[in-house]
Design a protein around this ligand. Structure first.
Ligand code: CMP
Length: 423
């Protein structure tokens, strides 16, 4: 368990390093686009180090793509993740070595969604400071966008004769901040049509940002007292219990992660209790309505009759898993089959090392043990927070018995997977 804890701390350290790299790129690339490539060695060295950092990150995240025997990229990379591949890949190219046009650098900005993803994870992890972090990140993005707008404005303006590059930039930043904050002193005014258009867009953006910022802060303050107080009191009780029972630190961390996840999704109430108070027909309707979006996402259910969908919606049970959770391990007796609503899991071979496949939104697993009455053929580990639905053995068999087409599809996939298992 403590290994798990250490791993998380290392992951966190890596994320901080990566975030620093991405922030450098986000600041540096627009600067270079406007003021030309770095002349001084220090800029070149940092750029080179960032390329190495992105390459290492790419390798860590995507090594299973290369280690998977006989799998093609299309089968090894789940649909959702292909977009992330697009995010990670451009950062790996050592553009400086090719010496192409400086505009190519913009490709590196494609790594920015990773920064956003990490910030969301930090907010989720550090639930006690979630509101504060939200504000800090908001200010960060605002300053970054101001920097971009300033670089754009600097490129539209003719440089004042005595100004060097930093002074030219400072004037542009000054204009950007006064315009975004809708102060508009009017000491720097647009002269040409493109400048006017740029100024209009910046002002409109500034008004929107201002509204959003004020709204966010107000919402945050209002929220902090009521709902959070309730949440914290339940969390305090949980913390006392975990301490009293001397639950290991790593496990405690995961329990907190789980609660943080529930909290973020506004699921701080028990769905089953609410539903149990309703009459049966209404309960069925709600089950169908709640799971419709998910059911439409699963290729297996596409084209299923409304009757089958109804049956499936009623039988499916929601389950949540936190990163690193083993949903089950190879060799165990199978009691459930799972569908992924949101999140990613790894299918790990019996040796506990080989990653056979990665499954994500809309995929299913755990069918082999139920179909062929055999122990689990592989372990399944959650990579991130996973929203899932499961069938228990009886529901699974009932659905298979009533719907032969569905049964044939599941059986075919199970046989294909079994054949692909490492022997
Ligand atoms: P089961 O044997 O019940 O538990 C492990 C699950 O991993 C298995 O069912 C399949 O759902 C899944 N699985 C096994 N092999 C593969 C594979 N090659 N590709 C995708 N999923 C697999």
């Amino acid at each position: 368990m403590s290994n798990d804890h250490d791993r998380r701390r290392q992951d966190h350290g890596w994320d901080v390093l990566l975030a620093a790299g991405i922030i450098w790129v986000a600041i540096d690339v627009p600067w270079q686009l406007e003021f030309g490539a770095h002349q001084r060695a220090v800029g070149k060295v940092v750029s080179g180090l960032v390329t190495l950092l992105f390459a290492a990150d790419f390798w860590i995240r995507w090594r299973h793509l290369f280690s998977r025997r006989g799998g093609s990229v299309t089968t090894a990379v789940p649909r959702e993740s292909r977009w992330w591949l697009l995010v990670d890949l451009p950062g790996v190219i050592p553009l400086a070595l090719f010496g192409g046009p400086v505009g190519w650098l913009a490709l590196r900005l494609m790594k920015l969604p990773r920064l956003n993803q990490m910030m969301r994870q930090w907010r989720r992890r550090d639930i006690h400071n979630a509101s504060l972090l939200r504000l800090v990140f908001f200010v960060f993005w605002m300053l970054l966008i101001a920097h971009w707008i300033a670089c754009g404005w600097a490129s539209l303006r003719v440089r004042v004769p005595d100004d060097d590059a930093p002074m030219h930039y400072l004037r542009a930043l000054y204009w950007t901040i006064t315009t975004l904050a809708t102060v508009g002193y009017g000491d720097i005014t647009p002269d040409t049509a493109p400048q006017m258009m740029y100024a209009i867009m910046t002002m409109l953006f500034g008004v929107g940002l201002f509204g959003y910022g004020i709204g966010n802060v107000a919402h945050m303050l209002a929220n902090i007292d009521q709902v959070q107080a309730h949440y914290h009191s339940s969390l305090d009780r949980l913390a006392n219990f975990l301490r009293y029972r001397k639950i290991p630190a790593g496990l405690q961390r995961r329990i907190y992660d789980y609660y943080a996840f529930l909290w973020e999704r506004h699921l701080g109430y028990d769905e089953a209790i609410i539903l149990s108070e309703l009459p049966e027909p209404l309960r069925i309707e709600i089950a169908v309505a709640m799971k419709r979006e998910f059911i439409e996402k699963v290729p297996l259910f596409r084209g299923a009759s409304p009757m089958l969908l109804r049956e499936i919606a009623v039988e499916l049970r929601a389950a949540l898993f936190t990163p690193g959770d083993y949903i089950f391990r190879a060799g165990e007796i199978g009691r459930h089959m799972y569908f992924i609503s949101r999140g990613t899991v790894e299918v790990i071979g019996e040796d506990g090392q080989t990653i056979i496949s990665t499954l994500s939104d809309g995929d299913f697993f755990g069918e082999i043990a139920l179909l062929f009455q055999r122990p689990r053929t592989a372990s399944i580990r959650a990579v991130d927070f996973c929203d899932m639905y499961s069938f228990d053995k009886e529901s699974f068999e009932r659905v298979l018995a009533y719907f032969p087409d569905f049964a044939a599809f599941v059986r075919e996939e199970a046989e294909r997977r079994q054949a692909a298992l490492p022997s």
